[in-house]
Design a binder for this molecule. Structure first.
Ligand SMILES: [Zn+2]
Length: 432
């Protein structure tokens, strides 16, 4: 294998710079293609074409719920997967002397919300003061393209990884993780995984496991005028009563943070987010129904079954405080995230490769952090015994209005990824 000398590292870094205008242009093309849940297929076609143009083996398949629903890590869904395709581009090494690698990113983006709140079209990848704007520009199309660009840079210096590398573009990261799970089901395995989520160029040590649930509250519909006499029960008001009480459970769960080494110093690791509410049919009828959807989270190592039981017991406990709800207990149902927490451990080799690569680019030591968000890293770490690194560029307003990614940080992260691939996989000459 060619030795990774200082001179070669310098050539690799320069090769990333040489390709950076093209990389930015490719990212802009991808940001222009909307890929909210249910509409990911066009963006996945774009990724498949990119992989194909580079000569990688391309695997594009539809997520099949029946094939994954019995696997650990599966999240229940209530939506159709008709448009949910994964794409994997595989580089096959000639010599296979090094360690194999999964480079994973998600193609799905979160909803844009009211467009009137954005300064510009959410799918217009304008570059302003060094930041590329657009839904998904940071989270995480920049990372997805960076993985491919890192391999392009190696190729530009006449080299390629001396191990198999799998470029995974997956769906469903933002709501279930079933896209990454489907990659495991499909048989993709490697000695390490790398996920450039836009959580800063630092090593993520641990993440929580989000869980989605919906509470369904019934009312007793009557003519609006009857409500004054105390008849009927307003499902929306009953739901508000339930929602306000959820703060107590959030407090209780955060009170346990020091049972988990990595989260003791975190100010508030478990975020309860009331994400959606719906109810009622008509201003002149006492509402018969209301539902609200929450995102909560568990710590690494915490049982999801126990968490669900605690949620259900708490909902019953709160309902018992209200005469109507006591007789009409709300239902709790689950669709979406059902994720365990994850912590990176037993991973000295892969961390060392990242550390040396990061330092060569940033000239400062690699920092680490824990997050109250989640990534697909859990699938590799928990269910495939594969250490998964999360390290990526700087993003402003992920999931918010006017999301943007810092292009200088994307360039540097691409350099780190290129060096990391060289360190981890080793290098071989490209065959003539
Ligand atoms: Zn993301």
């Amino acid at each position: 294998m060619p030795e990774l000398t200082q001179a070669l590292k310098a050539r690799i870094l320069a090769a990333v710079n040489d390709g950076y205008a093209d990389q930015t242009d490719t990212l802009a093309q991808l940001v222009r293609i909307p890929s909210q849940r249910g509409e990911e297929a066009a963006a996945q076609d774009f990724m498949a074409a990119q992989y194909e143009a580079r000569g990688y083996e391309v695997d594009r398949w539809q997520i099949d719920i029946d094939a994954i629903k019995h696997m650990p890590g599966f999240s229940p869904v209530a939506v159709s997967y008709d448009n949910a395709f994964n794409v994997v581009g595989t580089h096959r090494s000639r010599t296979r002397q090094g360690r194999s690698l999964i480079l994973n990113g998600h193609i799905d983006v979160v909803p844009v919300g009211p467009r009137s709140q954005w300064s510009r079209d959410p799918y217009d990848p304008a570059i302003i003061d060094g930041w590329m704007h657009g839904r998904g520009a940071g989270d995480m199309k920049s990372g997805l393209i960076a993985c491919m660009a890192a391999l392009d840079a190696l190729r530009r210096v006449g080299l390629q990884p001396a191990a198999d590398v799998f470029l995974q573009s997956v769906v469903e990261e933002e709501c279930t993780g079933n896209g990454a799970l489907a990659c495991l089901q499909r048989g993709y395995r490697a000695d390490a995984a790398f996920i450039p989520e836009p959580l800063l160029p630092m090593l993520m040590r641990a993440q929580v496991g989000p869980m989605w649930f919906q509470v369904q509250v019934d009312g007793d519909p009557q003519h609006a005028s009857a409500a004054f006499s105390g008849a009927g029960a307003n499902a929306i008001q009953k739901a508000i009563f339930m929602i306000q009480a959820m703060d107590e459970l959030e407090e209780r769960w955060n009170g346990r943070k020091c049972e988990h080494t990595h989260f003791c110093d975190h100010p508030h690791p478990i975020r309860f987010n009331l994400g959606k509410i719906a109810g009622g049919d008509w201003p002149s009828s006492v509402p018969a129904w209301c539902t609200f959807d929450m995102r909560v989270a568990v710590f690494p190592g915490q049982s999801l079954e126990a968490a669900r039981a605690e949620i259900e017991a708490f909902v019953a406990e709160v309902a018992a405080r209200d005469p109507f709800l006591a007789k009409h207990p709300p239902k709790v149902i689950y669709h979406g995230f059902m994720a365990e927490g994850y912590e990176l451990k037993d991973s000295e080799d892969v961390e060392a490769a990242l550390r040396v690569s990061h330092e060569a680019v940033f000239n400062e030591p690699l920092q680490e952090y824990v997050t109250s968000a989640a990534t697909d890293a859990r699938f590799y770490g928990l269910y495939a015994d594969t250490p998964a690194i999360v390290y990526g560029p700087e993003c402003r307003m992920p999931h918010g209005n006017d999301e943007s990614v810092n292009l200088e940080s994307v360039r540097k992260v691409t350099q780190t990824i290129a060096l990391f691939i060289a360190e981890w996989c080793g290098l071989e000459e490209i065959a003539a």
